[in-house]
Design a protein around this ligand. Sequence first.
Ligand code: BES
Ligand code: MN
Ligand code: MN
Length: 462
Amino acid sequence: MDQIKSYIASHKDRFLNELIELLKIPSISADPAYSKDVLKTAEMVEQSLKDAGCDITEICETKGYPVVYGEKTVDSKLPTILVYGHYDVQPPDPMDLWTSPPFEPVVKTTELHPDGAIFARGACDDKGQMYMHVKAIEFMTKNDLLPCNVKIMIEGEEEVGSDSLADFLEDHKEKLANDIILISDTGMIANDVPSITTGLRGLSYVEVEVTGPNRDLHSGIYGGAVPNPINVLNKMIASLHDEDNRITVDRFYDKVEEVSAEERAEMAKAPFDLEDYKNALDIDDVYGEKGYSTSERYSIRPTLDVNGIWGGYTGEGAKTVIASKAYAKISMRLVPHQDPDEITELFIKHFEAIAPKGVKVKVTPHHGGLPYVTNMDSLGYKAAAKAYEKTFEKTPIPERTGGSIPIVALFEQVLNSKTILMGFGLDSDAIHSPNEHFGVWNYLKGIETIPYFYKYFTEMNS
Ligand code: BES
Ligand code: MN
Ligand code: MN
């Protein structure tokens, strides 16, 4: 495996250019206007799997965007690693905040990426991280170093909730059978502080609509005498947290896993600098649930956040109007034992109950997903830790993240497989945000580390 360093040194320009070509295609799964681009990206990914030496590649139809699949079998007696990633990306807006266009990738240096970072939508989430696996597989097949079997599935609907994937897993259980799942779609603490993600939060996402009068009204003639749905919606939203910033939705915390004092003390050892955190975001203070530290608030505690709110007049100048309707999109991040469907039900009941007379409310559930945690005792974790030790010369820190990858819990339910989350992005890489980027160093470090996971996982399993 140690040839990986020299292989990267001789091919790194090509590795970078291939990724740049992939990043040029706007594979935005949320917007049907880009469906051709999403499909084109699937074809490019399939070609890349062929080039990387897969024996079988396929574009598998689903109800939605296809799953790109590839495999290379060395010996059926050897373990099988299933790699998962996604080729779809988030919409790039707001466009005017990008310093270079989102689908014209460029390499620029930043404070945290002195060797340069690729700026483009999807650079880190997840095209760049997914492509590390393709290049790692290429290295192993071309040098006859693949120590086990590999299957790889790259989907195109992750950013819109992976709606077609449950059926896909059910329909292809046999084909996807594996000994461990490997994903790079999370982050790590810092380039000199490697970490392995041991937990993901779940998600319940709803849209709410509040209707007042049957039409927009003059805010002078009617103002003060009728329910203004925007005022009402804001009051309702404000009431969803109490003075300790705990969520007030009835029975919301009933099943929340209480992490033991010992485990919290262990977690608190992970490096976290509150001043750096505030400075990076330009905030004077943090904000959150009483009784928990910042890193606990975004990892082991559930949340409720408004992601968007709209209604009434938002154009130029002033228009005096009371809108008929107001809307908001609300996400709830969930922790172990909370069930997304149950939480959505509780939210709907609560939201209907707190609506004042005079308005009608409608709650529409969007996607959801279960939380996931792994432990450090598994062979998979140990093999991953050893791989990081080899290439970073440091023991990685286990870390629960706040983000969600709903498919991970499904993998466990349907395929009965555990997942190892080897993420190489940084929180400051601005995923889902303008100026998303991925460090060139991180990209290459990922390609370097992944083959060692294959090696150690295979060794530990024989
Ligand atoms: N890759 C992210 C999830 C992530 C990022 C986890 C960083 C941990 C650290 C994934 O693409 C994502 O954005 N997931 C969505 C959920 C999905 C259902 C839309 C999320 O977390 O909001
Ligand atoms: Mn992702
Ligand atoms: Mn994402």
